[in-house]
Design a protein around this ligand. Structure first.
Ligand SMILES: *[C@@H]1O[C@H](CO)[C@@H](O)[C@H](O)[C@H]1NC(C)=O
Ligand SMILES: *[C@@H]1O[C@H](CO)[C@@H](O)[C@H](O)[C@H]1NC(C)=O
Ligand SMILES: *[C@@H]1O[C@H](CO)[C@@H](O)[C@H](O)[C@H]1NC(C)=O
Ligand SMILES: *[C@@H]1O[C@H](CO)[C@@H](O)[C@H](O)[C@H]1NC(C)=O
Ligand SMILES: *[C@@H]1O[C@H](CO)[C@@H](O)[C@H](O)[C@H]1NC(C)=O
Length: 374
């Protein structure tokens, strides 16, 4: 599972806590109490006309939520529960009643209510369907299971399941998002997937998706996504024996203090590792590679805040060990000097950038260093 999906799931898991802090949805509750008194059938017709249907609490958690949302009401409230022979007690979404919170059960043809006058949490009470009572309607339900599809430097694709309970009600989706730098936007999507473009690279976006009908908007489901950083450009490799120098250029990371993660692995996998460069560095020397071996190298821009680029992959073949002792010593020395040179360059470059208002300086040509073969 990628880091991105994990972030997305964490956000979904804290859905009630997190999404309700979105200011614009206050008041768009999933349940609506209508205080005018009607028969069960008339109440259902009213809910279907103005909301979605009579309230459904398929699980005990939803039943508890129903009690919380109707706390403070009085008398009996019709809910979307009915016992029509031969089926037994069923919700209007056709699911069977799967738990027992009856105050008193009845096997006859009755309709279900929650009676607010009863103490405790066993408030389900059967009543004759012709009686007139206030009722609880189900507002729009949020989309189920939001998934992040592809992520790029400036786009994110999302898909989600339509809420099962809303099949019979015409609906579309309101997608809104804000970025870590404060920009925000929203639009309506009639389908259950969308592609959001024109985003900024390396930014964290929080996206809210709520279901909208003609009259109501659901609470949102949300995910957070970090767009990719731009990948390093102009990657070049120079290899001398087991010592490899890598250089690249900044594609415009701007204020993102990108570091590069250079990971390498020999093609048969027995030798691998990675090096994390300091910020603003555009060179690195890798030593200790096996001679005459084909390696795969990935260069990925990373930012500790969680953004990363797609990897730039290069393949290289390290050369044979030197034949003579003199050549071996020379190559060894060259590698040591090269390493030292790049180390100094990076640290000088990094320090200077931090000193000068911590802004990255354009990579200039003279910093590219092409080692000569012995
Ligand atoms: C979501 O949309 C896809 C097509 O875009 C469709 O195949 C799928 O059944 C839809 N899922 C739901 C739950 O509506
Ligand atoms: C989507 O919902 C938000 C929050 O309720 C609202 O501010 C925004 O105007 C809606 N967008 C559209 C296009 O309706
Ligand atoms: C990551 O990038 C942000 C700018 O988007 C920057 O403020 C932050 O310092 C960077 N973090 C690291 C560890 O480089
Ligand atoms: C660098 O990349 C390697 C291979 O993908 C990964 O195992 C490692 O955790 C990364 N290191 C950092 C600091 O991102
Ligand atoms: C380089 O990245 C690719 C995916 O883009 C991955 O399959 C491969 O294992 C990575 N190699 C190394 C050495 O990190």
């Amino acid at each position: 599972m990628s880091k991105l999906q994990q972030t997305g799931m964490r956000c979904l898991a804290t859905f009630w806590v997190f999404c309700q802090s979105f200011p614009a949805v206050l008041g768009d509750l999933p349940l609506v109490v209508v205080r005018s008194e009607r028969s069960w059938e008339a109440a259902r017709a009213h809910c279907r006309k103005h909301y979605v249907d009579l309230a459904v609490a398929d699980t005990e958690a939803e039943y508890d939520l129903l009690l919380r949302e109707t706390d403070g009401e009085s008398g009996s409230l019709w809910i979307g529960l009915q016992n029509s022979a031969p089926g037994g007690w069923r919700w209007v979404d056709k699911h069977e009643l799967s738990y027992d919170r009856w105050y008193r059960e009845s096997r006859g043809p009755r309709c279900g209510s929650v009676d607010m006058g009863l103490a405790g949490d066993r408030k389900l009470l059967p009543r004759l369907c012709e009686e007139h009572h206030a009722f609880v309607c189900q507002g729009a339900s949020p989309p189920d299971k939001v998934e992040v599809g592809a992520v790029g430097t400036d786009f994110v694709s999302l898909r989600w399941d339509r809420p099962a309970f809303m099949e019979s009600v015409p609906h579309s989706f309101n997608i809104s998002y804000t970025s870590s730098s404060g920009s925000s936007s929203s639009f309506i999507s009639p389908s259950n997937s969308t592609l959001i473009t024109s985003l900024q690279p390396g930014e964290q976006y929080t996206l809210w998706i709520s279901t909208v009908t003609e009259t109501v908007q659901s609470l949102p489901a949300c995910v957070t996504v970090t767009t990719h950083l731009e990948a390093p450009v102009g990657v070049r490799i120079d290899s001398i024996y087991s010592c490899v120098s890598v250089s690249w250029a900044d594609p415009g990371w701007g204020s993102h203090t990108a570091q590069c993660n250079i990971s390498y692995s020999s093609l048969y996998g027995h030798h691998s590792g990675f090096i994390l460069t300091p910020p603003f560095c555009s060179h690195m020397t890798i030593t200790g590679l096996l001679p005459q071996t084909e390696y795969m190298l990935n260069i990925t821009a990373v930012n500790q805040s969680g953004a990363s680029s797609l990897p730039v992959t290069v393949f290289l073949f390290t050369s044979a060990p030197a034949v003579t002792v003199v050549a071996m010593v020379l190559r060894g020395l060259q590698c040591v000097f090269l390493g030292l040179f790049f180390w100094l360059l990076c640290h000088f470059h990094w320090k200077r950038n931090y000193d000068v208002e911590r802004t990255p300086v354009e990579t200039t040509e003279e910093m590219f260093f092409t080692p000569q073969e012995v």
